[in-house]
Write a protein that binds this ligand. Structure first.
Ligand code: ZN
Length: 134
């Protein structure tokens, strides 16, 4: 079951340039920076209420975020909905003919399990499902 919004992923060219806005101006709680090698990104994570804001900076030219920045420039990259059972959620969506980018969960920041729904199936919005580690 989908429970709530876990985070918004925002594509940026440079973490160091964007962190002060969220940390010092908006005064969001800064949880730190993590590298997700699987997706070739460095992620700066902020907490605001129950929702996290994740700034995504590519670490390689073939990173999905690098490709996104080339095409569209900086901006909101994806919305992540939290689920309590990601594999069940994937199966349920697949059974309803929703096109999944990931049929199997993979590892995201903070050891979460994540899977993306194909934007073809979600009105062009990139949606991530995520299940926090216990
Ligand atoms: Zn995400």
């Amino acid at each position: 079951m989908i429970q709530k919004i876990n985070h918004l992923g925002i594509a940026v060219n440079n973490l160091d340039e964007q962190i002060p806005f969220y940390r010092d101006i908006l005064k969001f709680e800064f949880l730190g920076i993590e590298e997700v090698s699987d997706q070739k990104v460095r992620v700066a994570i902020f907490q605001i209420g129950e929702v996290k804001i994740e700034l995504l900076e590519p670490t390689a030219p073939d990173s999905p975020i690098a490709k996104y920045l080339d095409k569209k420039g900086p901006g909101i990259h994806h919305i992540a909905y939290q689920t309590d059972n990601i594999q069940h959620q994937i199966d349920q969506l697949t059974n309803q003919n929703i096109n999944m980018i990931d049929q199997q969960p993979r590892t995201g920041a903070h050891q979460t399990k994540i899977a993306f729904i194909h934007p073809k199936s979600s009105g062009k919005i990139l949606i991530e499902l995520c299940q926090p580690s216990e």
